[in-house]
Write a protein that binds this ligand. Sequence first.
Ligand SMILES: C/C=C/C(=O)SCCNC(=O)CCNC(=O)[C@H](O)C(C)(C)COP(=O)(O)OP(=O)(O)OC[C@H]1O[C@@H](n2cnc3c(N)ncnc32)[C@H](O)[C@@H]1OP(=O)(O)O
Ligand SMILES: NC(=O)C1=CN([C@@H]2O[C@H](COP(=O)(O)OP(=O)(O)OC[C@H]3O[C@@H](n4cnc5c(N)ncnc54)[C@H](OP(=O)(O)O)[C@@H]3O)[C@@H](O)[C@H]2O)C=CC1
Length: 445
Amino acid sequence: MKEILDAIQSPDSTSADFAALPLPESYRAITVHKDETEMFAGLTTRDKDPRKSIHLDEVPLPELGPGEALVAVMASSVNYNSVWTSIFEPLSTFGFLERYGRTNELAKRHDLPYHIIGSDLAGVVLRTGPGVNAWKPGDEVVAHCLSVELESSDGHNDTMLDPEQRIWGFETNFGGLAEIALVKSNQLMPKPGHLSWEEAAAPGLVNSTAYRQLVSRNGAGMKQGDNVLIWGASGGLGSYATQFALAGGANPICVVSSEQKANICRSMGADAIIDRTAEDYKFWKDETTQDPKEWKRFGKRIRDLTGGEDIDIVFEHPGRETFGASVFVTRKGGTITTCASTSGYMHEYDNRYLWMSLKRIIGSHFANYREAWEANRLIAKGKIHPTLSKVYSLEETGQAAYDVHRNLHQGKVGVLALAPEEGLGVRDHDKRAQHIDAINRFRNI
Ligand SMILES: C/C=C/C(=O)SCCNC(=O)CCNC(=O)[C@H](O)C(C)(C)COP(=O)(O)OP(=O)(O)OC[C@H]1O[C@@H](n2cnc3c(N)ncnc32)[C@H](O)[C@@H]1OP(=O)(O)O
Ligand SMILES: NC(=O)C1=CN([C@@H]2O[C@H](COP(=O)(O)OP(=O)(O)OC[C@H]3O[C@@H](n4cnc5c(N)ncnc54)[C@H](OP(=O)(O)O)[C@@H]3O)[C@@H](O)[C@H]2O)C=CC1
């Protein structure tokens, strides 16, 4: 592994040098274990502690198949899907690996008693499998997390519709929270040169998801002037949705849970901000009964901020707790676009407000390769910036996932894999200097 790191850090290394590097038989990786899936039985979601289920193991290097690449991972990031994996909710991810393993001989590699998790990476290609022409050893890359087979016709308009669509490092093995990752070559994209490894690894999953959900025609198709209600506007998804709204000439109405987070939104350029803790919205009277009066109070607050206008697009992901309010505050003909249900997936809303006002609910999930590429291109052009707040070592991944589970973090949380320290991997110093304040906006807060 030392030889690999030396090659990455040497400015003189060529593609041939990387191709000639011997690959290790094993590497360090963040895992959850199949024989521990019941370890949190009986506990509430909140009390399930990722620090107990997340392990750092030495694992064997997987065989490289056609259309695939082995990547030396310099840095990765924590996504909420790794929180779900680590608390075995809503179901154990080993079921996904078993199901994938049954599909063909090569996919059997994924069905193991351990799951190497993680759906982001920035690093360097070490080897490519047969049939890979677009990438070569030595390429500095980031990887998006869409894994598809594309044998069926269904996915050929929009690859997210492939029946064998999976999220890498969640529904497949050999994810990014490791020193080496196995990806399909059509997950690879160029690493933005003005960013360090950990900065480049941070946006991938959430930036691509927010791009499809909010900007793409497959999602809400946001346009200039739209009022966009963004839940968790300084969180993983929300910090990119807020940037897309601002960069696209829309008006973000940012919901956050503290003054500190409100200030982060202001620093991004937003001025319509709702602190849901300070204003104490209680959309549910009890576990089963919502309070439409509270939807109205929330809607009135939005009207105060917009000069009397309602919401064109809701960027939804908290789910059960907020969905009734989200449907209510959307304007006639508006759109609620949802990609998640952090607070519960059995949503309840008053359907009269949906059909009588011709509103639409759009389900959105990750992004196709083109959408992920366009989202990454905006990062590379310095139009959208990473929202990295804190960086942990691979050994500390359990704590990093705990922070995200308990909503103790801001923006994105990074993890160093092979990178020995933060700040390495920057190739375009001039562009970095142009954007340095925006790049550091979330750091250490
Ligand atoms: C990029 C980052 C993303 C995120 O962070 S997202 C957040 C994290 N992700 C999640 O929380 C999602 C986790 N996944 C799940 O909870 C489950 O994954 C799903 C609920 C999405 C799917 O459930 P399942 O049980 O895996 O699959 P089924 O499709 O429900 O299959 C169950 C059986 O139901 C049959 N079935 C499906 N559709 C129909 C139909 N329309 N009519 C009749 N039967 C149907 C199937 O065939 C199958 O059957 P048979 O068990 O016999 O194989
Ligand atoms: N389908 C897909 O492709 C994707 C789905 N996801 C899912 O989206 C969800 C959010 O992910 P991500 O943004 O990375 O997570 P983060 O935890 O980084 O951010 C979510 C933010 O939502 C807000 N929030 C949390 N709970 C509630 C609640 N009950 N009511 C109102 N606001 C709430 C919090 O902000 P605050 O406290 O400031 O209000 C929190 O910071 C997860 O469930 C994740 O699995 C994520 C990426 C892709």
